[in-house]
Design a protein around this ligand. Sequence first.
Ligand SMILES: [Ca+2]
Ligand SMILES: [Ca+2]
Length: 247
Amino acid sequence: MTAKCLIRMELSRVKPRCVSWFRLLSSVTVLCLASFLASTSNGQTQLVTYFNFNDSNTTADLPGLELTPTIIPSPTNGVSGFTFTSGTTVNLATGDLTGAGQALTVTGGASLVNNGKSFQFTINTVGLTDLALSYATKRSPTGFTTQTLAYSTDGINFTNFGTVTPTSSFVAYSFDLSAVDSLENQTSVTFRYTLMGATNANGNNVFDNIQVTGVPEPSTWVAGILAVGAVGFTQRRRFARLAGCTA
Ligand SMILES: [Ca+2]
Ligand SMILES: [Ca+2]
């Protein structure tokens, strides 16, 4: 028996195995793809960060978790400090079972030091599009009359995007930033609140249930699908080569 003949016999033994490898790997690829799709939100709006202040701190809260970021007095021109008072269920995030709890409170401060002062927080929006900010707020009779909202992608240059005139009871305010493409897919996006108009040291504004939402970029999950597909294809070729099915 010639060497050529021996090789041909060996190949005929291996080829049926190639077919089953192909089937197995195709199934694995499909399963990976299905689980990947199930694990993504497929372009639906999701909570990016959330502050309910029910633990009386300024670190973000998601159900059961304590996550960054943290609300801080702005590094330049920051408010003198925060206190916590009774909160609200207005603008409570879906699925948050912790209730009204506490809320972030800023007073006019001695000599009305906090008029014109700011607080802020910074988030990462990589892979996100169509951002929106919402929160509940109210004022006491001598508290700040105006809240100016601004965003920044460098923490230095801010662009105003809204003004809120709080009333004596909690009201939710929402800002759709989906048209502001410069905020999307950024490692650092800062939201800043600047307060004006308090007429008494104890006059205050109260903030609760600050939400930032976004939509995962289509490119993120499409890239994921392509990556899973590419892995499956590469594995198929590798196994086929090992089994002698292709060059
Ligand atoms: Ca609260
Ligand atoms: Ca917290």
